[in-house]
Design a protein around this ligand. Structure first.
Ligand SMILES: [Zn+2]
Length: 65
């Protein structure tokens, strides 16, 4: 079974890293493996990502979620 991931674009170096969907919660800290930026998820950024994830799930029709 393929693990679901969201392709997150780093705001500093613009490189894309796939992080597991469960990481995208309020207060979570993502670290970019390229430039080592640590980014805390909150507010409108998190809301934007969660909306994208929701669309991703609906487009892929993940059962049980
Ligand atoms: Zn980066």
């Amino acid at each position: 079974m393929k693990e679901k991931a969201y392709p997150f674009s780093c705001p500093i170096c613009a490189k894309v890293t796939d992080f597991p969907l469960e990481l995208f919660v309020e207060g979570a800290v993502l670290t970019c493996p390229f430039c080592k930026l640590s980014l805390r998820l909150h507010g409108h950024m998190l809301a934007y990502i969660q909306k994208e994830i929701q669309e991703l799930k609906e487009s892929e029709k993940i059962p049980g979620e």
